[in-house]
Design a protein around this ligand. Structure first.
Ligand code: EPU
Length: 424
């Protein structure tokens, strides 16, 4: 497994471009199975999760090619209705096959994904949504088995204990676009990635109103066609670069940072007195040469609230704020695997239920640390940039799942970073 060796203390300077959004691509790749015609996807990030999703749709029967950087072509003339455990267990997002298979074939068998390091990740809302559309759904042999012969549009409420569900909303929208009648999804996930998938579906001929809002109305059509779609920039990557620039006292222009998708994150940064400037609707400049961070209180919530996918990065940055910050995780209350690793670097963080209490400012010092998941890996890099000395982040395959060329981008900004192949 590869590791990343980072020498702390070098200032980041220059420009960095944000890649396409991973969490839009994954349902979008699944959505190509809704038609037998060709779909062309552009601005697709080069990530192991995306390559894996491409393998999954190919294994389902689609012809998949990657003719040039960032461009994928998918033509699913004939597909299977069974997504086996061997495919699904490697990536939870393959649950996004459920909607398209149900819609196109009127039957689906999708293996239930296994456990996840960031906490329990149930799929009860996906199942509830399909049942509301008139599908028969049973759990058998570890599979979600759907009989959708009687599927029709309906009223679907998708809220759960922790709010709505991102991939659950994607699945129910994808099922409803080919269901006769009108479907109204209430408490739909408002995340821009779901709205981007809806935009792609509209390009395929789907009739969708209210995408990106809590009420989405879908009028079923008999058939969808091919389309060309450009994936929106990744707001989580953008937020991660802002945190990295701030931690490294850098001067960085982040291109592809959409202000309209980063509202809650920028609000917290303003409260932390992190110096940033909106240069355009799609770019943000951070000049952190004289940064003096203030502590913040922050709670993760579904969009447009503060994203759980930036919680670890904020936690790492707040080790550099002068005072006590409190971060509360309302989506995945156990998503704190990065905390003990940061403490090994000298951070002062205690857990109190779903909250992390961070006392700063800590003098971080480089140490060997282990990445446990994608966003935890990003948090460790943020800490490594702020630390004195060398940090060796192991198991960075997590990072390669969701950040396109992060080591190359860091090096181009002046960070002292080296990928060590097969370090353990
Ligand atoms: N939930 C339920 N029942 C369900 C589904 C979800 O109770 O049937 C709960 C979850 O346990 C969680 C909350 O609802 O507490 C939200 O989960 P959601 O279903 O929205 O998560 P997801 O769709 O599985 C996506 C992203 C995650 C991101 C979450 C929350 C993709 C492929 N993944 O997951 O991204 O953290 O939404 O915003 O879109 C990441 O990129 O690092 C990542 C983990």
């Amino acid at each position: 497994m590869d590791s990343l060796l980072i020498k702390g203390g070098s200032k980041l300077e220059g420009e960095v471009s944000v890649a396409g959004a991973k969490n839009a691509c994954l349902p979008i790749f699944a959505a190509t199975l809704l038609t037998d015609q060709k779909c062309v996807l552009k601005n697709v990030p080069d990530l192991s999760d995306v390559r894996f999703m491409a393998e999954i749709v190919a294994a389902m029967g689609a012809e998949v090619s990657n003719p040039s950087k960032g461009v994928w072509e998918i033509e699913a003339k004939k597909i299977s209705h069974i997504a086996p455990y061997e495919l699904v267990r490697k990536m939870r997002a393959s649950i996004c096959l459920l909607g398209p298979l149900t819609a196109r074939l009127r039957k689906a068998e999708v293996s239930l994904p296994g456990g996840c390091v960031i906490g329990a990740r149930p799929v009860d809302l996906h199942i509830k949504g399909l049942r509301a559309l008139g599908c028969k759904v049973e759990i058998e042999r570890g599979f979600i088995c759907v009989d959708a012969r009687k599927m029709r549009g309906s009223q679907v409420y998708l809220g759960g204990r922790f709010g709505s569900t991102v991939t659950g909303t994607a699945n129910i929208v994808m099922a409803a676009v080919l269901a006769p009648g009108t479907t109204v999804i209430e408490n739909a996930a408002c995340e821009p990635e779901v709205a981007d998938m809806c935009k792609m579906l509209s390009g395929m001929g789907a009739i969708i109103e209210g995408a990106g809002s809590p009420t989405v109305t879908i009028t079923g059509v008999p058939k969808l066609g091919g389309t060309e779609h450009t994936v929106l920039p990744d707001r989580i990557e953008a937020g991660t670069w802002i945190a990295m620039a701030a931690a490294a006292k850098g001067k960085v222009l982040i291109k592809g940072a959409l202000k309209k998708h980063l509202g809650s994150f920028l609000d917290i940064l303003e409260r932390a007195e992190c110096p940033f400037e909106i240069k355009s609707p799609t770019s943000i400049y951070v000049d952190a040469s004289n940064i003096k961070l203030k502590p913040v209180e922050c709670t993760t919530l579904p969009y447009p609230g503060f994203p759980t996918d930036l919680q670890a990065q904020l936690g790492a940055l707040m080790t550099q704020a002068d005072g006590i910050s409190v971060i509360t995780e309302r989506i995945y209350p156990e998503r704190y695997m990065y905390v003990p690793e940061l403490c090994r670097m000298g951070a002062n963080i205690v857990r109190e239920g779903p909250s992390a209490i961070i006392s700063g400012k800590s003098k971080l010092s480089g140490a060997p640390v282990m990445a446990s998941d994608l966003r935890a890996s990003a948090a460790l890099i943020i800490a490594a940039l702020a630390a004195k000395g060398d940090t060796l982040v192991s198991r960075i395959y997590h990072l390669d799942r969701g950040y396109d060329s992060i080591d190359k981008k860091l090096a181009a900004l002046g960070a002292k970073v080296e990928r060590i192949k097969n370090a353990d």
